[in-house]
Design a protein around this ligand. Structure first.
Ligand SMILES: [Fe+2]
Ligand SMILES: [Fe+2]
Length: 167
């Protein structure tokens, strides 16, 4: 069996795995664009720096999925619609406080979705792809931290004391 047939064999054998990996790739590309657009729109220096940092981290996730898909004989695709459209639609409102709060809300919710999706993937594929599942836990913990930071910042800006809700 030559290489080409090998690739076809893998693709046919694991279409769902490649579907998931490309979906994660699209999601991570969207995350880079969202945080880049937030960083551009936000005036507050501290929040801007965090958004730039988040965009850099999301880019390492993009690189991970691109390499992983290629390594497993697939082709990274951009066909799946990404979520950047939500991020760019907020740019115009980004300078106002409401715009900033909405950005943080969107960032927080999209990170929650990422954690949920990655957790689902790990549950589904842990036995078959243990190394991949381990790496995904690392990525998911990045997403969790991004989400927590934005939630805390949201509380701070809204004047809510999160300590009140902690035991
Ligand atoms: Fe990410
Ligand atoms: Fe993230």
């Amino acid at each position: 069996m030559n290489n080409i047939h090998g690739v076809v064999f893998i693709m046919i054998k694991n279409p769902l795995l490649f579907f998931h990996m490309n979906r994660f790739l699209a999601f991570e590309r969207g995350a880079v664009r969202i945080y880049e657009s937030f960083a551009k729109a936000i005036k507050d220096e501290e929040i801007k720096k965090y958004m730039e940092k988040f965009a850099d981290i999301e880019y390492t996730h993009v690189q991970f999925w691109e390499k992983e898909i290629i390594k497993r004989g697939g082709k990274p695709t951009t066909k799946i619609a990404d979520i950047a459209v939500f991020g760019t639609s907020l740019i115009s409102t980004g300078v106002s406080k409401t715009g900033l709060l909405n950005m943080l809300r969107l960032g927080y919710y999209s990170e929650e979705i990422a954690v949920r999706d990655y957790s689902y993937f790990v549950t589904l594929w842990r036995k078959k792809y243990p190394q991949l599942a381990d790496k995904i836990w690392q990525i998911a913990s990045d997403e969790e931290l991004h989400g927590i930071w934005q939630k805390e910042k949201l509380y701070e800006l809204l004047g809510i004391n999160p300590g009140k809700y902690r035991t």
